[in-house]
Structure formats: structure tokens, C-alpha cells
Design a binder for this molecule. Structure first.
Ligand code: ZN
Length: 207
């Protein structure tokens, strides 16, 4: 087996592992969400297929696509995620992005409906995330959504996580583990923000 094939196979396994972790951690339900990873040093990306729950992603059903959208390896019966286009836009704009997680976690998605940055209510969220801006919503898979995501990346060049209004979140990291942990942190931060906002102070008013 060539060195390149070995790398692709390792990443196929990692993509399946972190997809399952995202699903069982409750970061996404149904067949929503998608994750992808760049093959280092190439213009190629592995991405989860459409219509398959992240909880059911197996290494051999992930698709290999080029940054220009050309499908290189299309396992039988699988089509790329509807949201492939915004993943590819992010990889093109951010050469440091090695992996992307796009999921629909309940608390963070609820905050996205406000159309504002996520309240970073903990020291660790401020240290790691700096700012989690919100980008406008559009139909999943549409060119508009791709433009909104690309616009968010351009306006916030160092961003590691974004809210997608009335839709979900997107995180990017140097590898799948980082993208996954960022998504995990975004959701935990949103949950803590929600709880903190609902804790009554001594005088009976919201804190
Ligand atoms: Zn989505």
C-alpha cells in the first residue's frame, strides 16, 4: 500500500469515528450535519455522504472530492453532502483548515436564532474561541448559504467557530479532533450561557 493510500485510509477511519462521536454526543440528530477532512498537501477532501446519519458513517462510504467540487471517489449509492460547497469554500479561504465539523447542536443552534455572536460566558471559551460570530441563514445546500459562510470567514479571518442562523454551527481546526472538540466546546458554552441566564439572583431577578 502506498504512503498516500495509507494516509487516506487513516483519515477515512478518523472521519467515521468523529462523525459517530458527534452523533452520540448529541451534537446533531437525524441525518443532519456533515464532517470533512483535507488530505494534507493536496487539493482533496474526504466528506461524509448525504442522507446518512453521522451515527452510521463508515470509513468506506465517505466521498473523496477536489476543492473545485469534482468527485474523485464516489462509493456506490453515495452522493456528497448537500453542504459540500461551503466546506470547500472554507478550505479555499483558510489554508490552515485541516478539518471541518458542521452540526446542529440544540443550545448553540437556539442561540444562532438571535443572529448575534454566541455569549462566551466562561474563561475557557473566551480563551479558545475568542469570538463565535453568527452568519445569515439560507436554504441548506444553496449558493446563498455558501456565500454567507464564505463572507463570515472573510470578515473574521482567524475564526474557529461560527453560528449559522436558524441552522447550526461550523467549526474548523487543523485536524478532525480539533474541529470536533471545538464543536463540543461551542455547545457546552451555549448550554452554560443558557443556564446562567436563567439562574435567579438573590433579589429574584435574572442574573
Ligand atoms: Zn446543516
Amino acid at each position: 500500500m502506498s504512503h498516500e493510500t495509507e494516509i487516506v485510509n487513516r483519515l477515512r477511519n478518523e472521519l467515521a469515528d468523529f462523525s459517530k462521536r458527534a452523533f452520540y454526543r448529541g451534537l446533531v440528530g437525524g441525518t443532519g450535519g456533515n464532517m470533512s477532512v483535507r488530505i494534507p498537501g493536496t487539493d482533496q477532501v474526504l466528506i461524509t455522504p448525504t442522507g446518512v446519519s453521522l451515527g452510521d458513517v463508515e470509513p468506506d462510504i465517505n466521498l473523496l472530492v477536489k476543492l473545485d467540487g469534482t468527485i474523485i471517489e464516489n462509493p456506490p449509492g453515495q452522493r456528497p453532502s448537500k453542504e459540500t460547497s461551503f466546506h470547500l469554500a472554507v478550505y479555499q479561504l483558510r489554508p490552515d483548515a485541516g478539518a471541518i465539523a458542521h452540526v446542529h447542536p440544540p443550545y448553540a443552534t437556539a442561540y444562532s436564532n438571535k443572529g448575534r455572536s454566541l455569549p462566551l460566558v466562561t474563561v475557557s471559551s473566551r480563551a479558545v474561541l475568542k469570538d463565535v460570530p453568527c452568519v445569515e441563514c439560507a436554504v441548506p445546500g444553496s449558493k446563498e448559504l455558501c456565500d454567507f459562510v464564505g463572507g463570515g470567514i472573510r470578515r473574521h479571518p482567524d475564526v474557529r467557530a461560527m453560528l449559522m442562523k436558524e441552522h447550526g454551527i461550523l467549526t474548523l481546526g487543523q485536524d478532525l479532533k480539533t474541529a470536533y472538540y471545538l464543536a463540543d466546546l461551542v455547545e457546552d458554552t451555549a448550554k452554560i450561557a443558557f443556564i446562567a441566564a436563567n439562574i435567579q439572583t438573590d433579589d429574584g431577578g435574572p442574573s
